[in-house]
Design a protein around this ligand. Structure first.
Ligand SMILES: Cc1cc2nc3c(=O)[nH]c(=O)nc-3n(C[C@H](O)[C@H](O)[C@H](O)COP(=O)(O)OP(=O)(O)OC[C@H]3O[C@@H](n4cnc5c(N)ncnc54)[C@H](O)[C@@H]3O)c2cc1C
Length: 414
């Protein structure tokens, strides 16, 4: 096969696919709409079933190789550890703590660092063309053309749609599939603290954990480490709760990118009524938030029927990551599935390069059920994580452990 595989999107799914195809000597090109220096500095939770598959596919790398490259606290000797403890954000008291014997292995990863690490995990450099926003795709499997807004056109054997929840490829090939909005209010703020201030304010409760999870009466307030250095702590917070009908002043699913960056007075007023304890009280105070880079997330999910995936395959397109199974961010699974998709698609193509249609079908045979179930699960998890405080207290009293050995329902906020 001479023509390259055309991968649209340099996120986790696209880069994983590209890295593994490249390591197998299969020609491919990645096209990314953004410039190379974009920032997505927040961190995500990687689960053992996600990172182990990736490390194995990369040649059996040890976990330490990953954590040295991506852990938010790697610059100060950390390994991205998460304690999975849920605290009452009005008192700081521990509500739920997992049993260390059965605690699942979760590693925090800075998303920027993870993308760079995946791209670097091989001898041959990836061919990534930044500033290439896909406009349309044409052709049939074996002979595809991708057309970009900058006027360039490329031919390839297959198009891999790794272009995220708002996938252009999906909107052209399967226009009837549109992302659905989760009725959730989610505000996200990024900020920095001098390291000494971090040690004084956050460390006493968070200990060595990269996530300080706080819950209230139907709301969540996690604080997470994005990047920790000897002198600075780059952190973020989220405030989330179910939407309260159409008149909810904080539920703005149709806001534009600029509107999503505004801090509504209603948010400040609502946070002031939450009776938060330290460190949440200080970090989520009106005065502090006005200094943060705040964003209103609209959480969306995508579900694709197997028949739609098969129809797209006949037209030379295969989906990986959020483009076909974006899921609510609560309890984070989406990034893990994006990695596993990339691993499984690259393996199927390596084993069946001469019959692309069969290779794509083999990929979906494994991936479709896994991803379909995950979207359903993560929608339900939103309500579990935002339960009334009385239910959290009941759990605390019963000393119920929320963990299980390989459970995907462990409540890891964002
Ligand atoms: C706040 C937050 C917290 C999260 N926490 C977790 C977590 O803890 N654990 C977890 O597993 N997951 C988490 N996720 C989800 C995870 O980040 C995503 O599931 C994952 O990044 C999806 O990867 P992807 O490659 O499919 O898509 P993306 O990362 O969205 O990448 C798509 C890429 O395609 C590019 N693109 C888009 N359109 C075009 C076009 N027309 N032409 C060319 N390029 C294009 C985009 O610029 C982008 O680079 C979180 C997400 C958010 C927002």
């Amino acid at each position: 096969m001479n023509m390259p595989i055309l991968i649209i999107g340099a996120g986790l799914s696209g880069l994983t696919t590209a890295r593994l195809l490249t390591n197998s000597g299969i020609p491919n090109i990645v096209f990314e709409a953004s410039p190379p220096d974009r920032s997505q500095g927040f961190s995500i939770s990687l689960r053992d079933w996600g990172y182990e598959v990736l490390l194995e596919a990369l040649g059996g790398l040890p976990l330490s190789s990953l954590t040295r490259g991506v852990a938010p606290d790697r610059h100060v000797g950390g390994h991205g550890w998460v304690d999975l403890v849920m605290r009452d954000s009005r008192t700081g008291e521990v509500l739920v703590a997992p049993d260390p014997a059965t605690q699942p292995s979760i590693v925090r990863a800075n998303r920027n660092a993870l993308r760079a690490w995946i791209a670097d995990c091989g001898d041959d450099e990836l061919d990534i063309r930044y500033g290439h926003r896909l406009q349309s795709v044409q052709g049939t499997i074996g002979d595809m053309t991708a057309v970009f807004e900058n006027g360039s056109r490329y031919r390839g054997s297959l198009v891999v749609a790794a272009d995220g929840v708002h996938s252009t490829v999906r909107s052209k090939i399967l226009p009837h599939i549109v992302p659905e909005v989760v009725p959730a209010v989610v505000y996200h703020g990024e900020f920095q603290l001098p390291r000494v201030e971090f040690e004084r304010l956050i460390r006493p409760l968070a200990g060595a954990s990269n996530v300080l999870a706080g819950v209230g009466d139907g709301f969540n307030t996690p604080i997470t480490i994005c990047n920790l250095t000897p002198t600075l702590a780059h952190l973020d917070w989220s405030y989330s709760r179910p939407a309260r009908g159409d008149d909810d002043p904080l539920y703005r699913p149709n806001s534009t990118g600029e509107e999503a960056k505004q801090i509504p007075q209603a948010l400040l007023d609502e946070l002031a009524t939450c009776s938060l304890a330290e460190p949440w009280a200080q970090i989520l105070s009106a005065e502090a938030i006005r200094q943060h880079s705040v964003f209103h997330w609209t959480s969306r999910y995508v579900s694709m029927a197997r028949s739609d995936a098969d129809a797209a395959a006949e037209r030379g397109v295969v989906f990986v990551g959020d483009s076909w199974h974006a899921m609510p961010i609560f309890g984070g699974e989406g990034g893990n599935h994006a990695l596993v998709d990339g691993v499984e698609l690259a393996a199927a193509l390596r084993d069946g390069l001469s019959h692309l249609d069969k290779a794509v079908a083999a990929y979906y045979d494994g991936a479709w059920r896994r991803c379909h179930d995950a979207v359903r699960r993560s929608k339900g998890r939103f309500y579990v994580l935002h339960r009334p405080i009385a239910e959290w207290r009941e759990l605390a009293e019963k000393k119920v452990s929320m963990s299980s050995s390989r459970s995907t329902s462990v409540p890891v906020p964002v």
